[in-house]
Design a protein around this ligand. Sequence first.
Ligand SMILES: Nc1ncnc2c1ncn2[C@@H]1O[C@H](COP(=O)(O)OP(=O)(O)OP(=O)(O)O)[C@@H](O)[C@H]1O
Ligand SMILES: [Mg+2]
Length: 299
Amino acid sequence: MKEKILEVKNLKQHFGSIKAVDGISFDVYKGETLGLVGESGCGKSTTGRSIIRLYDITDGEVIFQGENIHGKKSKKELKKFNKDMQMIFQDPYASLNPRMTAGEIIAEGFDIHGMHKDSKKRKQVIGTLLESVGLNREHANRYAHEFSGGQRQRIGIARALSLDPSFIIADEPISALDVSIQAQVVNLLKELQKERDLTYLFIAHDLSMVKYISDRIAVMRAGKIVELGSSEDIYNYPVHPYTKSLLSAIPLPDPISESTRTRIPYKEEEATGELSTHEVFPGHFVYGTDEQVKRWYKG
Ligand SMILES: Nc1ncnc2c1ncn2[C@@H]1O[C@H](COP(=O)(O)OP(=O)(O)OP(=O)(O)O)[C@@H](O)[C@H]1O
Ligand SMILES: [Mg+2]
């Protein structure tokens, strides 16, 4: 049996009348990457931010390493949680203070957690972290604004690693970067995962890079998870029409087939009957009415 590191149960995050996340459930297994994909505004970042407690959730449960993290917690328990779960943000320009050096950014968490107080030791730890993300020790004294976008995102990754977490939420970590360096950053994340036994929730809005990094994929639309399954099944045997539509929008590497390709438009069907999540085969979940899921799964 695979060990669950995170269980999300009927999570809701409403902002007034906006139901950004509206009752989603999924598990994340230790050591895997779960991709969370969907178009802009569907609730991906809100899901990540709710899980990591940047928001008080509207309803539901988030269980991390066996503990309900949105229940009442002691300071000590919260500190431990804040070390074990980290986030990497989409925009490496906005998420790093340009007036801080790379070393200061990486070491911020050390002060909060009272770690590496000895300055020599601290310098060494920072240097090792910089090297582990493909930068140099000497970079510690440079200011964030002196780095390129890709280098900044490496600093963001080093910061996320600095407290030795077990779970990282990466919220579109490559979408602000040049296409030419996106693959490098994804490869770095994959290597770090292997070396450090990390678990990822990897958020993206298109399915192309997600396939490459994820073991399983959850497809989100308008605050709901409409389909969840292994990456292979989502690609080869998509069931929900929305997933099929997203797949049809992935650019092809070959320019000739690319030019003849058209995205299958998604048109929401009027649902008659109750919507719920159906396990169409083990580990593959589809959201819809009984009638819809029967029809989609056949066709
Ligand atoms: N703090 C907030 N207050 C009010 N509404 C919010 C807040 N954060 C997000 N929303 C709304 O919730 C919905 C989901 O937003 P969210 O940022 O989670 O989408 P997303 O899937 O991450 O989109 P993107 O791909 O553009 O990053 C949107 O309608 C957004 O406007
Ligand atoms: Mg977002």
